[in-house]
Design a protein around this ligand. Structure first.
Ligand SMILES: NC(=O)c1ccc[n+]([C@@H]2O[C@H](COP(=O)([O-])OP(=O)(O)OC[C@H]3O[C@@H](n4cnc5c(N)ncnc54)[C@H](O)[C@@H]3O)[C@@H](O)[C@H]2O)c1
Length: 337
């Protein structure tokens, strides 16, 4: 029998892909989203991929009355909590907003879940909770810290869940520290859809590939990395989505929580991604070199070993698959071939 799962922020980038992975694994996802950072047609597109409609509740995770109504209307077995604000730069300008939505939203959600008797929660955390380190790869035991209000909000949520879990053995949290999600569902029907100038590398390159942006500015070509550009651990969003299914099934099955990296353990440079995307779209993509940005690290990547041990999770898709699926999504948006 499948699980009935509330996906807060389920119409967003990672939530929509996880919705597909959950449905494919035989579960019954219900999306709760304000749609402030999601396209209105995501539920229709999900229905086309999954082959049946997906239940959608338009509500804010900070609204206790709306949440109580949604929990009463559906008898959830568990929650996957994606809904959050996620732009590091914006968080520096609007720290109160980030605390209110990311930390306040979690508090309201957990209070409502507890009142409804739901004690299993998978949570979107991030590699931003790790302190700057020379030691790679990053294991879950690496020191934590925060360099922005966004990072603080994720760390505060993790620490809050640790205390909540300690207060009552019925709680089990699957805390997933994502590295750099990239790519799209192979159908080209859903993908990352940032408004304006993207903050992340792949959506930026994707907009250079469509011609919407003229060129990629590569910040730093003199890092101590194989080609001088910054190195990150990109993980295909469908691998990430499948990691959520495994995390959810583990906490449901064992009643024990976990905090795990979701990454590939493999670092790719800016030039690796530019080359792979150029192969995907069939043309060279213009770039210019620019100075390093303050605060950017030369390289970081995950040790994905514990997710393998605890969940049997291993990412299987490589950079070329991430770029090809992103390009299929961009092409379907713009009608380019
Ligand atoms: N994308 C990344 O690179 C990345 C990396 C690490 C962690 N994360 C975390 O993963 C989660 C999902 O990220 P994403 O990339 O899919 O972002 P996204 O913006 O695409 O998805 C978030 C969704 O939440 C919704 N939302 C925002 N505020 C809400 C609220 N108050 N109530 C209800 N819905 C609300 C938005 O409309 C959106 O659909 C976030 O918690 C983010 O912090 C993302």
């Amino acid at each position: 029998m499948g699980l009935r799962v509330l996906l807060t922020g389920g119409a967003g980038y990672i939530g929509s892909h996880t919705c597909v992975a959950l449905a494919e694994a035989g579960h019954d996802p219900v999306i709760l989203d304000t749609f402030e950072n999601a396209r209105a047609d995501v539920p229709d597109r999900l229905a086309r991929i999954i082959g049946r409609p997906v239940a959608v509740e338009r509500a804010d995770v900070r609204d206790p009355a709306a949440l109580a109504r949604v929990f009463a209307a559906h008898r959830f077995d568990a929650v996957v909590h994606f809904a959050a604000k996620k732009a590091v730069g914006e968080s520096v300008r609007e720290p109160l907003d980030y605390a209110a939505v990311n930390v306040g939203g979690l508090i309201t959600l957990l209070q409502t879940a507890k009142a409804a008797g739901v004690f299993r929660v998978v949570f979107s955390s991030s590699a931003v909770v790790y302190a700057e380190s020379e030691v790679m790869p990053l294991t879950e035991a690496a020191p934590t810290g925060f360099a922005s209000p966004y990072a603080w909000s994720k760390l505060a949520c993790e620490q809050l869940m640790t205390q909540v879990a300690a207060s009552d053995p019925r709680w089990a949290f699957g805390v997933l520290r994502y590295f750099n999600p990239a790519g799209a569902h192979p159908s080209g029907l859903i993908g990352e859809d940032p408004q304006g100038i993207p903050n992340n590398l792949m959506p930026y390159i994707a907009k250079v590939a469509t011609g919407e942006l003229p060129e990629l500015r590569v910040f730093g070509g003199d890092y101590p990395t194989p080609d001088g550009t910054g190195v990150r651990d990109y993980i295909h969003v469908m691998d990430l989505a499948e990691g959520h299914v495994k995390s959810l099934e583990a906490i449901m099955g064992t009643g024990a929580g976990h905090t795990l990296n979701l990454g590939t353990g493999q670092g790719y440079s800016v030039f690796d991604m530019l080359g792979s995307y150029a192969r995907a779209c069939g043309r060279n993509l213009p770039h210019v070199m620019a100075p390093r940005r303050p605060g950017d690290l030369a390289a970081y990547w995950s040790d994905p070993g514990r997710a393998g041990e605890v969940l049997g999770f291993r990412a299987t898709r490589g950079l070329d698959e991430m770029c090809a699926s992103s390009w299929a999504w961009m092409r379907s948006q713009t009608g380019q071939g």
